[in-house]
Design a protein around this ligand. Structure first.
Ligand code: NAD
Length: 319
């Protein structure tokens, strides 16, 4: 029997699918420093991780029985993918499983920011009973998303899922992508109707200049930010920005400066520099809607991740 260690957990749907196919799945969490020993003594041939466990060269070199490393989710920055492959270890991930959940979180931030929910949820428990009228006044100048322009930077899987939801809300969608020139977006409605839209991407400058809200869905490449002071300078005054991609893709210092100077009205962040210890200044900022990297963390996405991993693992071992 092939033993699988799911070190950062796996959904019950994934466990069921794997068990049904004859694999043994262990979900006990092994501390990073004990992982090599556990893999070797328990003879795990498959290691499944999310973002918490790292799979570096030392582990790859020290675990000769390891055949497959699976990442539940997209980003593989916690795995030395090329090195693993050189050493004959297959590496898989589930790139599409969480696109819808990240896209929905973008709208959670956008809806929250235009009505100041992130701040009113902080203030109401403290002074809501005594200062109701003044809070009502503070949050009076809300805005609607409908009719506004959403600029999507990075028009891959998540960017296109975001576009569908934005179109559904009556927003105008413009997009920039380094490699994709146009994308065909199909909206599926509850009654079986479908409606397709072709969106041609534009330059980063055009998208920044013309958007009321910007949302970023690019991978992190190196340490260079995609949105820094210069790019923020090109945006509309009073715009909002959401980052659910990776910490560092927006320059946090430039972002805080722009919020303090009211160049930007608000930001929504799910990802941060220096996770899991983000800047306290970012966390306390009263114009930033915050979530602790939960973009993919819906039950539905975890189920899709689990069953997608199970399918790929079983086809790997049936070859
Ligand atoms: P994807 O590969 O499908 O799309 C990324 C797109 O960005 C591609 O089309 C690519 O051409 C484009 N791109 C790359 N560099 C660019 C640049 N400098 N400027 C403009 N476009 C650029 O990836 P995806 O599945 O849509 O994921 C996007 C991001 O979301 C990744 O960074 C991923 O790590 C992150 N993510 C976050 C969470 C979360 O929990 N918050 C969950 C899943 C994915």
């Amino acid at each position: 029997m092939i033993n699988i260690l799911a070190n950062d957990g796996i959904s019950q749907a994934g466990i069921d699918a794997l068990t049904e196919k004859g694999f043994k799945v262990i979900t006990e969490k092994v501390a990073q420093e004990d992982l090599i020993n556990a893999i070797n003594t328990k003879k795990y041939e498959v290691l499944l991780v999310r973002s918490a466990t790292t799979v570096r060269k030392d582990l790859i070199d020290s675990c000769p029985h390891l055949k497959l490393v699976g990442r539940g989710g997209v980003g593989m920055d916690n795995i030395d993918v090329e090195y693993a492959k050189e050493k004959g270890i297959n590496v898989i991930n589930t790139p599409a499983a969480s696109s819808s959940s990240v896209a929905e979180l973008v709208f959670a931030h956008l809806f929250g920011m235009v009505r100041f929910l992130f701040d009113s949820n902080r203030q109401m428990p403290m002074v809501g009973d005594a200062d109701f009228k003044s809070l009502k006044k503070s949050y009076a100048n809300g805005r609607e998303l409908s009719g506004k322009t959403l600029g999507i930077i990075g028009f891959g899987r998540i960017g296109q899922e975001v576009a569908k939801r934005a179109i559904g809300l009556g927003m105008k969608v413009i997009a920039h992508d380094k490699f994709i020139e146009e994308a065909n977006i199909t909206l599926d409605f509850f009654n079986g109707d479908k409606k397709s839209f072709t969106i041609e991407t534009e330059s980063l400058k055009e998208v920044l200049k013309n958007s009321d809200f910007i949302t970023i869905h690019v991978p992190k490449i190196g340490n260079k930010s995609v949105i820094g002071a210069e790019e923020i300078g090109m945006m509309k005054t009073g715009a909002g920005i959401v980052n659910t991609s990776r910490g560092g893709v927006i320059d946090e210092t430039a972002l805080m400066f722009a919020l303090d100077k009211e160049k930007l009205a608000y930001a929504g962040l799910d990802v941060f520099d220096n996770e899991p210890n983000p800047s306290i200044h970012i966390c306390m900022h009263n114009a930033i809607s915050l979530t602790p990297h939960i973009g993919a963390a819906t039950l539905e996405a975890q189920d899709r991740i689990g069953t997608e991993l199970a399918d790929q693992i079983s086809s790997h071992f049936s070859k």
